[in-house]
Every structure is written in C-alpha cells, then in structure tokens.
Design a protein around this ligand. Structure first.
Ligand SMILES: [Zn+2]
Length: 91
C-alpha cells in the first residue's frame, strides 16, 4: 500500500486515505481519483489539515505556485465541508 504524508500534519497515511491536490496551469485543483497529471500534494480529509495547509502557505510552497484569492477560497470552501479531525472516517 503506497503511503504519502499530509503536507499539513505530516502524518503518513495510505494514499487512498488522503486527498490529492494537483497544480495544473497555475490552478490548484482537487484530484479525488489521484489520476491527474502534474505536481501533486496530499492532505488529510479533515477541516483542520485543509486550513493549516492553506493558511500556512504550505500548499503553495509544496506545489511551487501562488494561489489566487479565488482559488484559495474555493479550496477553503471544500475544506469546510470536511469533518473535523477525530470525526474522520474512511468509507
Ligand atoms: Zn493531515
């Protein structure tokens, strides 16, 4: 089982338990299937990790890109729909 680490909490988890983000033409997109081409990073499916990853600019650093305000907002929006850490369940 391939493992990846979350860029926010740096915990290692099986790839399937993390959400992949890719940078495609300077836009950071969520890649639920983990198949899109491009530089990718991983985040836990928890609100906490999304906020940490986005607010600390770790995401931008890891993807070597600069998020537009709009792009950041849409990713934060996605993060807000995720459960808080601890409530996280893998389906
Ligand atoms: Zn995490």
């Amino acid at each position: 089982m391939p493992e990846r680490s979350c860029i926010a909490c740096r915990e290692k988890r099986p790839k399937v338990e993390l959400i992949r983000l890719v940078c495609n033409a300077s836009v950071v997109e969520i890649d639920p299937k983990g198949k899109k081409a491009g530089r990718g990073v991983y985040l836990c499916p928890t609100r906490e990790c999304w906020e940490t990853g986005l607010k600390s600019n770790r995401l931008e650093y890891a993807l070597r890109t600069k998020l537009t305000l709009e792009n950041r907002q849409s990713l934060l929006e996605y993060g807000r729909r995720l459960p808080e850490k601890g409530e996280c369940r893998v389906e």
